[in-house]
Design a protein around this ligand. Structure first.
Ligand SMILES: Nc1ncnc2c1ncn2[C@@H]1O[C@H](COP(=O)(O)OP(=O)(O)OP(=O)(O)O)[C@@H](O)[C@H]1O
Ligand SMILES: [Mg+2]
Length: 378
């Protein structure tokens, strides 16, 4: 059993740099958890505290049932893969992977079996005799992962393992990590600043900002119900659009006003707003680019409108950049369907009318920036 439990973890560097605060998380056995957030938010520090490379200022860290705050890294049964590979340059790939096993006094035959099995999993068998300098970045990263796999750790820690790779290789290695995860049954804690990586890899994602957790949830939960404005803007590309708005209440019925347009809210949102007893107030309305509906000329009056600044053809979709007052709104439309309907609907400078659908609106308090509707897992 390799659960990892963090209770009220805090890290202060040099007496006054708050790097991590109030960090509470229970990682299940064999769960893949991703810590994600902008530079400096405390991801690496958290991971390094789990690894034992950084002292914990406050709080409790358990691996399984064992309190490990004061347990040396080598006695924690974890393996860590870093961004910069950290391979031994003078050793072959084989020896790099065999090194920790030799230290453990494992027999030669067993070492050979273990190294070869890991090499096979990672598809690096043909490079076993090479030195690291004769490998590409992606190959080096595989060796670094291989070196960690052979130790069969209870917990696998990875700090931005793909950030040194170019975009194509990164996508490839991301798929490799998903496959790896299916082959080795271990608990993973993975750090990245890339939200796509977080969404595609994580069973659960922990989104951090300025030393604090903003939200913990499955990719589905954080995407569909961001806890606050920060998470809403951080998860999803292109970014969610934000509009100044107002929550209106008429008897027990809520609606939202953005500019001249009124947005009707579905009953589920109505109920949640009623339960939280919200009064009329200024809010920020968030709508993802793919959820905005384009309006035909006949329905213009119902919606908002702007002029098309430019459009980006992405292949399977097109991104329309629309200027509305001082604001730029992005709308994503699929370019084609099987029926073959596919064209950019507007010319640059054209007037574009669109609708913010009530079902897909996210409502945030203007002041606290929190979602007006609390997430209830179903
Ligand atoms: N050894 C250290 N001494 C003092 N402050 C540190 C030290 N290491 C990190 N910090 C500070 O702690 C905060 C969190 O750093 P951390 O490295 O955990 O961020 P991160 O989320 O991993 O960022 P990045 O995405 O850039 O790697 C930052 O403000 C950083 O400057
Ligand atoms: Mg870091």
């Amino acid at each position: 059993m390799a659960t990892v439990t963090l209770k009220g973890i805090k890290k202060i560097y040099d007496k006054d740099v708050l790097a991590v605060s109030d960090f509470d998380l229970e990682i299940a056995d064999k769960e893949f958890v991703v810590l994600v957030g902008p530079s400096g938010c405390g991801k690496s520090t958290t991971l390094r505290m789990i690894a034992g490379l950084e002292e914990i200022t406050e709080g409790e860290l358990y691996i399984g049932d064992r309190l490990v705050n004061n347990v040396a890294p080598k006695d924690r049964d974890i393996a860590m893969v870093f961004q910069n590979y950290a391979l031994y340059p003078h050793m072959t790939v084989y020896d790099n992977m065999a090194f920790s096993l030799k230290l453990r006094k494992m027999g030669k035959k067993e070492i050979d079996k273990t190294v070869r099995r890991a090499a096979e999993i990672l598809d690096i068998t043909e490079y076993l005799k090479r030195k690291p300098k004769a490998l590409s970045g992606g190959q080096k990263q595989r060796v670094a992962i291989g070196r960690a796999i052979v130790r069969e750790p209870q917990v696998f820690l990875m700090d931005e393992p793909l950030s040194n790779l170019d975009a194509k290789l990164r996508n490839q290695m991301r798929a490799e990590i998903i496959k790896l995860r299916q082959r080795i049954d271990t608990t993973f804690v993975y750090v990245t600043h890339d939200q796509t990586e977080a969404m595609t890899l994580g069973d659960r994602i922990v989104i951090m900002k300025d030393a604090f957790i903003q939200q913990t949830g499955t990719p589905h939960e954080v995407f569909n119900h961001p806890a606050n404005l920060f998470v809403a803007g951080f998860i999803g590309t292109p970014q969610m659009n934000f509009f100044d708005g107002e929550l209106k209440k008429d008897d027990a019925s809520y609606s939202v006003r953005v500019g001249e347009a009124y947005i009707e809210l579905p009953e589920s949102k109505q109920r949640a707003l009623r339960e939280a007893a919200h009064e009329e107030k200024k809010i920020t309305v968030g709508v993802r680019p793919e959820h905005i509906a384009l309006l035909s000329e006949d329905d213009v009056e119902e919606g908002l409108s702007g002029t098309l600044l430019f459009s980006e053809m992405m292949g399977s979709s097109v991104h329309l950049h629309i200027k509305m007052g001082e604001q730029e709104v992005i709308i994503v439309r699929p370019t084609g369907t099987r029926e073959g309907v596919g064209h950019v609907p507007y010319d640059v400078g054209a007037n574009v009318s669109f609708l913010l659908p009530g079902t897909d609106c996210h409502l945030f308090d203007k002041e606290t920036e929190n979602n007006l509707i609390e997430f209830i897992a179903d």
